[in-house]
Write a protein that binds this ligand. Sequence first.
Ligand code: DX5
Ligand code: ZN
Length: 218
Amino acid sequence: DRTLKIAPSILSADFANFGAECRAVEAQGADWIHVDVMDGHFVPNITFGPATCAAIRPHIKTVMDVHLMIAPVDPYIDAFAKAGADIITAHVEAGPHIHRTLQAIRGAGAKAGVALNPGTPVEAVAPVLDMVDLVCVMSVNPGFGGQKFIETTPERVRQLRALIGDRPVHIEIDGGVDPATAPKVVQAGADVLVAGSAVFKGGSVEDPSPYGDNIRAI
Ligand code: DX5
Ligand code: ZN
């Protein structure tokens, strides 16, 4: 299903109110919920781990899309699967054994994603395209919300779409997605758009109606 999906990133939500924020953003039209896990090692920021994902899970009716910005990945796969992640995405740069990692993710019963940092050639995921449900193309350097979209991304998406061919693999864009940048990556072949600051700006758990306006604007 390649219809366009918007996946708000709760990295830009109220960290003291994840449950309410997930319910609110779904009620306002979110297709998936994107959950950013950072370890202060693979990326220079720390968020939260599987226990928080498990706590959030009952507040999400749709897909919980877990983006792991951690290294190593393999010791934690079962914990994120048990926490209820529908999709678990690991970075191709996170270690030497992405093939093993993706096998383990599917083995744990989740859908598998592979993410590419902006400096990594898209060809790096070519050998594993039959093992994934999603490729996440980072359009910022991972670690923080609110960064500027890197303009080489649409060309990278075109290259990746050609590599993927007719495989049933989503292309997800993560970072700096807003009403100005979204059309460029959709035109290039992306079908899942992660958006943090562009969705949550101007709203709050008390008044989430701006979230809906922001989602529709993308
Ligand atoms: C960045 C995260 C993104 C982030 C995007 O490392 O992976 O998911 O939340 O935030 P915005 O949409 O504000 O660039
Ligand atoms: Zn992310």
